[in-house]
Design a protein around this ligand. Structure first.
Ligand SMILES: *Cc1c(COP(=O)(O)O)cnc(C)c1O
Length: 424
């Protein structure tokens, strides 16, 4: 049996332990929801205050040049590139994940159709995050195409001759299951299909190698594992062979080759800069940069591979402790055990009470979240994200101990834990 002392020993030996001090973690809270909203980097409050008081307050319009505001999408993009296997100049930080998906999927559809107009379908997973499916639905409608939703196990078989684009989320938001990006992309390319990858649950969480996988398009989120703050700018990457092929449809002036020439006609910038649209939210960009810098502080300690090893050790420990200490309470493991197929979260399902258990845990200072099932094959889920930058092994012990107490004392049955709130 694993003990609290074992967990403390793991923390004491953890070479990444000091990174935790780069963040403000509320006292008495074990935060296992960094996959929904990352924590506050310690540097962010003073950095944003400086952006407000000095750069905006004193510098005013001059700050576009003097405070480096204008090239923030590219500068932050270069930092993100280091985390996802992209090269400098290939990523921009901008807009939201949903909007960036609209841009890259539009470009992917135009490239696919110009190659072979007979390809009329976009394939995705039925269990993909809904905004991805909604954006794809709308684009398919505009392009006279079909959105074909399949189960995870059917992805390979779905790559038929009429498929234009395969759009997948690398790590599933509900289950934590991870695709093998390289082998799925290879199969797609062999079938003449372009790939669009959503890295919302993988950038900053697992090793991503966009060039190594030969991916075509990717987008990701700034406020989850990248700790950019609520509603932080997201990012977009396009393989250099595709980047200049089409203007993306949101052809705003920030994507123009020379925005300050104020010409009436649109001329797209070269490369990824054409994926910008309008004026960027500089205060949010400043906060996101703090999150990225905290992430990059892990580079000298082994970077993403070292973070990934720790993340797997944390999720392995969580699974083991739940099995050792919370058996007999009807919990089952949804996330794959196999390391190669697991993201940085663990999901447990239970036939009933999942929502109330999560609420009772929050009351005890352990913050995870709840994701509703579909009333059929997919049961309600308790979801726990493990961000190796700031979660330790004793945190895992504590989370499981509180879960054990909630279950053993039937605490979750109390009425106050069974009232649903707007945001779960
Ligand atoms: C979190 C998440 C998003 C978020 O999109 P927003 O535009 O930021 O609301 C999109 N896709 C996936 C797969 C996500 O996990």
């Amino acid at each position: 049996m694993t003990t609290l002392q074992d967990c403390r020993a793991l923390d004491a030996q953890d070479p990444l332990r000091a990174l935790r001090d780069l963040f403000t973690l509320p006292r008495g809270v074990t935060y296992l929801d960094g996959n929904s909203l990352g924590v506050l980097p310690r540097s962010a409050a003073s950095r944003v205050a400086r952006a407000v008081e000095e750069e905006w307050g004193q510098g005013l319009i001059r700050s576009w040049n003097t405070a480096g505001w204008f090239d923030m999408p590219q500068r932050l993009g270069d930092k993100i590139a280091l985390l996802v296997g992209a090269k400098p100049g290939e990523v921009v930080a901008t807009d939201t994940t949903s909007i960036n998906l609209y841009k890259v999927l539009s470009a992917a559809l135009r490239i696919a159709c110009s190659r072979d107009p007979a390809r009329k379908a976009v394939v995705s997973e039925r269990s993909n995050f809904p905004t991805d499916l909604y954006i794809a639905e709308s684009l398919c409608e505009q392009h006279g195409m079909e959105l074909r939703l399949v189960e995870e196990s059917q992805v390979a078989a779905s790559l038929q001759a009429d498929v234009a684009v395969l759009m997948l989320t690398h790590v599933n938001y509900r289950t934590g299951a991870m695709h093998d990006m390289a082998s799925v992309t290879r199969a797609a390319h062999e079938a003449g299909v372009l790939t669009v990858w959503d890295l919302a649950h993988s950038a900053g969480a697992v090793v991503v190698d966009l060039h190594g996988a030969d991916a075509d398009f990717a987008i990701g989120c700034g406020y989850k594992y990248l700790n950019g703050g609520p509603g932080a700018p997201a990012f977009a990457w396009v393989h250099p062979t595709h980047a200049d092929r089409f203007r993306q449809p949101l052809s705003g002036w920030w994507g123009h080759a020379a925005p300050f020439e104020f010409t009436p006609g649109y001329r797209p910038a070269a490369g990824i800069s054409r994926y910008l649209c309008g004026t960027q939210p500089i205060l949010s960009m400043a906060a996101l940069e703090c999150g990225l810098d905290a992430m990059l502080a892990a580079q000298p300690l082994g970077g993403m591979p070292a973070l990934r090893n720790k993340s797997l050790a944390l999720t392995d420990l969580f699974i083991r402790l739940v099995e050792e200490r919370c058996g007999g309470h009807g919990l089952s493991l949804v996330t794959p055990r196999e390391h190669a197929r697991r993201g940085s979260q663990v999901c447990l399902s239970r036939a009933d009470g999942a929502y109330a258990i999560v609420q009772a845990l929050i009351e005890r200072g352990v913050i995870g979240d709840f994701r509703a099932g579909d009333g059929g094959a997919h049961a309600d889920i308790l979801r726990f994200g493990f961000t190796p930058l700031y979660i330790g092994f004793e945190d895992v012990w504590n989370a499981v101990e509180q879960l054990r107490l909630v279950l053993a004392g039937r605490e979750w049955q109390r009425p106050e834990f069974n009232r649903k709130q707007a945001v779960t």
